[in-house]
Structure formats: C-alpha cells, structure tokens
Design a binder for this molecule. Structure first.
Ligand code: ACO
Length: 432
C-alpha cells in the first residue's frame, strides 16, 4: 500500500479536512480516515462496512466487476488443473509462497502426526445431543482445542505458529468427520496416516469398522477442488470475525471458532444448504422454478434466490464457474444423472435473463453449484457448511497471521452513531 500525491477533502460547515489517499497494487484507491476521530472528533457511517477497507492485505485479490479471484496473485482457475493439493494451497495462503517439495512433505508429515484427537476430546462428541448441527459441534470443538494445547495460546515464535496451524488444519478435518458420525450415531473411525488429506476425511466420514470406504480418484479430486476454491476470500463476514477476535490477541483456535460461527449464517456459508433445500423443493414438486424467481423478486417476501448475489461480485463468481464445470465433469464420468443439476441450470437461465437480476447484477455465487458437486461426492446436506469451513480454515489462519505479524495493528474497536435517548432517569419498579 502506498500513499499517493492526491488528497481527499471533506468540507463540513466551515471546516475543511484533507485526508491522505492510499493506493493498492491493482490501482484501488482508499481514503485514509484512521485519524479522523482522534483529530477532528468525526466518524464515518458505513454500517455493513461495504465502503470500508478494514485492513491492508497481501493474501487474496478480488475484482468483483471482472469476476477475478487470485490467491497470492495466482488466478483461481490455475488451481483447477493441473491439480495442486489443498495442503499446498494452504501453505501458499498462510506463508505467501508455493512450498518447496521438502516444505510440503514436512507440512504433510506435521498434519499426519496431528490427525488424531485427544481421546478425552473424542469422548466429548458423546456429550452433545445426537442431532446437533455439525457446525455447532465444529465451533465448540475448535474452541476446546485451546484446552489441550495451551503452549500454542501465546504463539510467540514461527515454529510454534507452523505447529499450531498444522495441528488446527489436521484436527479440524477429524472433528468435521466426527461431527457427522455423531449426528448419525455411527462409531468414530480413526484417521488413516497412509491417506492424503481429502481421502482421509472421506475415509473418516464413510468407512465402517472392518470395511474401508474405497475412494475413487475422481471423487478425491473433486473434494480437493471444493476445498481449494473455498480456501480464502479476503475480508468476508467470517474472516472479518476472525480478524476482530484475533485483534484482541485471542488465540488461533478461539479466533477460528468465531469464524465458524459467522460462516454458519444462511447469508454466508449456510447459503449452500439453503440452495439445496430450494432445489429439492422444486424437484419434489413443492415449488416451480418460476415461483422461486418470483418470490425472490417480491419485496414483501423475505425469500431469496439462494446462491445468487454477492457483496463483491457484480459478475459471475469465478468459483461458481469452475464448480459448475467440475459438476458436469464428475456427473458425466460417473454416469450420474442428478435432476437437481438440471433444475439449477434452469434456475440460472431464468435468473440471468430476468431484468430484476440483470439490473442488480446478481449472478450465481460459490454456493450455487458447490452443493451439487458435494452431493455427487456423497456428502450429506448438513455437512456442506462444515466442508466450507474446512476449506476456509487456511484463509482464516493466513489472515490471522497477517494481522498478528503487523505490529502496528491495534484492537479492532469501531465507533457508533448514538441515536438513543438523551439523559434518562431510573424509575424504581413500583413506580413505573
Ligand atoms: N435474491 C433476490 N434478491 C437479491 C438477492 C437474491 N439472492 N441478492 C440480492 N438481492 C437484491 C437485494 O434485495 C437488493 O435489492 P434492492 O436494490 O431492490 O433493495 C439488491 O439485490 C442488492 O443486494 P444487496 O442486498 O445490497 O446485496 P448485499 O451485498 O447486501 O448482500 C448477499 C449480498 C447477502 C450475498 C445477498 O446477495 C444474498 O442474500 N444472497 C443470497 C444468499 C447467498 O447466496 N449467500 C451466499 C453469498 S456467498 C458467500 O457468503 C460464501
């Protein structure tokens, strides 16, 4: 980030305030208002932070108008083929460069060494109600990791950070699989150190005692792609939650648990579940695609066309494009005919030709096709957002680290515009 020669001027009454203008690598300009309150007692008003850059970052670049997404400068399309491994992308995001073979092998070994859960933590799964939403379990169990690994809480040096990051990425996969096993009342399957990250997850999800789940290469690749495409997305809702919590110097586990809670919301990561409900309702004859479109357009109806629209993308979400093509590929090769894919395509066509969606630049987002691909992998709907969280974890860790490494970062503490009562009096209960 550089300061330009330009200045932004705010005129309030007879007061004229000059503010520095910063510029990012891709030419984006940002007015630096960080000293506005301290020097002039004025705040800016931006309730959902849509016009606020809350940090400078070198991790992910998005151009929402052009539909561009890059991790550390690498266009997302390059992660489709040839197939990099999710762990490689995790390293890239967290440490800023593609790992050497040795670094990758060591990181893999670290993950393998840490794939098991403490037996006491595993027992904790039996203490949550059997039908608990897996996202609730994931958030609670990530927080609980802090109880077992106290040495990682201060995270003073780099070696400790790598160990904590590896442990978290590895254990989150085991926790995710166990949350599903709990929801089904199935026995927990221990991780298999011989398997790669995604295959190991699918093994813990679907193997049963004495009968190992056989994982096809195509399915493993699809899972790998889903995780990579979800790995980071700059300052979205859950990542901002991680940064806000991390800015108080909360540990990595607690900060990422906050990210899971934010991601759970249906306007964010939970949208992939809503998309599936919508497609299933249409498939079962409960709704017509045109009904969905009309309900979403009706301002008196809170219904949304889930999987459509995005705060940043005013163009086709590049992740949705890749996922749609991947779904086509997997379905063709596996000779699966899922009616939900046809319905999704039909809905997309209706929406993209409807002036409501055209005028508002509403296009399919990542959640529109991810569920269909996850279904082809065999993932049940209640696990979709958990998979999203597993994918997003490296991004949260990278963003947490970037903030942690910035010694000038203060605790994030926004202001408000108070519009409540002026001075008021307490009235004892008997006199009200
Ligand atoms: N269906 C119908 N109308 C929509 C939709 C939608 N999916 N998305 C936006 N709109 C409308 C809004 O009502 C608004 O209309 P108006 O101008 O007449 O008031 C207009 O389009 C602009 O939308 P905003 O609400 O300003 O968009 P915002 O940036 O606040 O919200 C969001 C983005 C939350 C993603 C929204 O598009 C949405 O709710 N989409 C459906 C949920 C979804 O798919 N979420 C996943 C997003 S991707 C992710 O988080 C991983």
């Amino acid at each position: 980030m550089q300061q330009t020669d330009e200045k932004a001027t705010i005129i309030i009454g007879d007061q004229q305030i000059e503010l520095p203008v910063l510029i990012g690598t891709e030419g984006h300009k940002s007015i630096d208002i960080s000293r506005l309150f301290e020097e002039y007692g004025i705040t800016t008003f931006d309730p959902s932070l849509g016009s606020t850059s809350m940090c400078q970052s070198t991790i992910t670049y998005i151009d929402g108008d052009k539909g561009i997404l890059r991790y550390r400068g690498i266009p997302i399309e390059q992660f489709d083929r040839p197939k990099p491994n999710f762990i490689e992308v995790a390293w890239l995001l967290i440490f800023g460069y593609l790992p050497t073979r040795q670094e990758l092998n060591e990181f893999r070994d670290l993950l393998t060494a840490n794939e098991m859960l403490h037996e006491e933590l595993r027992d904790q799964f039996n203490n949550v109600p059997p039908k608990s939403p897996p996202m609730a379990i994931l958030s609670a169990m990530l927080s609980q990791l802090a109880c077992y690994y106290e040495k990682f809480l201060p995270l003073g040096d780099d070696d400790l950070f790598i160990e904590a990051a590896g442990r978290l990425i590895s254990k989150a996969r085991t926790i995710a699989a166990y949350s599903y096993r709990r929801s089904k009342g199935l026995p927990y399957i221990y991780p298999d150190p011989a398997l790669r990250y995604c295959a190991n997850f699918l093994h813990m999800m679907f193997s049963i005692p004495y009968q190992q789940y056989i994982i096809g290469e195509e399915i493993e690749d699809a899972m790998n792609l889903v995780l990579i495409l979800h790995a980071d997305h700059e300052q979205n809702c859950s990542t901002s939650a991680v940064r806000v919590v991390g800015s108080a110097k909360a540990n990595l586990f607690a900060s990422c648990a906050a990210g899971v809670s934010a991601l759970w919301g249906p306007l964010h990561g939970g949208a992939n579940v809503e998309v599936m409900k919508m497609l299933e309702a249409i498939n079962s004859g409960g709704m017509d695609p045109k009904d969905c479109i009309n309900a979403a357009k009706d301002k008196d109806n809170p219904y949304k066309l889930y999987g459509f629209g995005h705060r940043v993308y005013k163009n086709y979400d590049p992740r949705a494009k890749i996922l749609r093509a991947a779904a086509d590929r997997v379905f063709a090769r596996q000779k699966i005919n899922d009616p939900l894919l046809d319905i999704a395509r039909q809905l997309e066509e209706y929406a993209l030709n409807d002036s409501y969606f055209i005028d508002r630049k509403l296009y399919p987002n990542v959640d529109f096709y991810s569920g269909i691909l996850l279904r082809a992998i065999g993932i049940p709907t209640n696990m979709f957002t958990v998979i999203f969280a597993m994918g997003r974890l490296p991004g949260w860790i990278a963003q947490w680290k970037e903030q942690h490494d910035n010694t000038t970062q203060k605790i994030i503490r926004p202001r408000q515009l108070y519009v409540g009562k002026k001075l008021n009096d307490y009235v004892p209960i008997g006199e009200r």
